[in-house]
Design a protein around this ligand. Structure first.
Ligand code: ADP
Length: 180
């Protein structure tokens, strides 16, 4: 089963992704996590990614597509995966032809998202400054919401109210992807 999780920052994608990987028995992959690992490297690419991420901007599509494709070509992702954070631009969605079964959209209001992010206080993340958070949310509305429409038109979108409890959300997801 190949699943994509989409939703605003703080919508619970990684929480649900981690739960889903256990239920579906496929690996969970977060592009934010991949990029945070690359950003630790003392290489020109590492320094570049770190700078882009800390400002709250997106890594360019070509680079993102190249990195994600090289990960997904590994044998452990062959039978399926839960992907969080990608595709997040229409170009990424158009170029990523990979037999996705469902795109799960965790719908959460800006107000709730900002509230949750203010509680997150993740010291390991250098992009959790107020300025970078606002930029990331702005980019979500500008460039990622069109991706939601893209998959809606393709009838692949599963829309979930992300303001329910963690358990209720998980139950609803499993039901809607016909796994429970
Ligand atoms: P969030 O969803 O809270 O913004 P992520 O952990 O998903 O956090 O991503 C962190 C950062 O990694 C993004 O702000 C962006 O710089 C980079 N990134 C992650 N996924 C992508 C992607 N698909 N395309 C471009 N940049 C990405």
């Amino acid at each position: 089963m190949k699943i994509v999780l989409i939703g605003i920052q703080g919508s619970g994608k990684s929480t649900q992704g981690n739960l889903l990987q256990k239920e579906l028995n496929v690996p969970y992959l977060s592009t934010g996590h991949i990029f945070r690992e690359i950003a630790k490297e003392h290489t020109p690419l590492g320094r570049y990614i770190k700078e882009v991420m800390n400002a709250g901007y997106l890594i360019p599509d070509e680079k993102t597509l190249e990195i994600v494709s090289s990960y997904l070509s590994r044998p452990e992702y062959e039978k399926g995966y839960v992907l969080d954070g990608f595709p997040r631009t229409v170009k990424q969605a158009e170029e990523f032809v990979n037999g996705i079964n469902y795109v799960i959209y965790l719908k959460v209001s800006d107000k709730e998202a900002l509230w949750r992010l203010s509680l997150r206080n993740d010291e390991a993340r250098e992009d959790e400054t107020l300025k970078a958070i606002h930029k990331r949310i702005e980019l979500f509305h500008m460039v990622t919401e069109p991706v939601i429409d893209y998959y809606r038109k393709k009838n692949q979108l599963v829309e979930i109210d992300g303001e329910q409890s963690i358990e209720e959300i998980q139950t609803e997801i499993l039901k809607k992807i016909h796994f429970a």
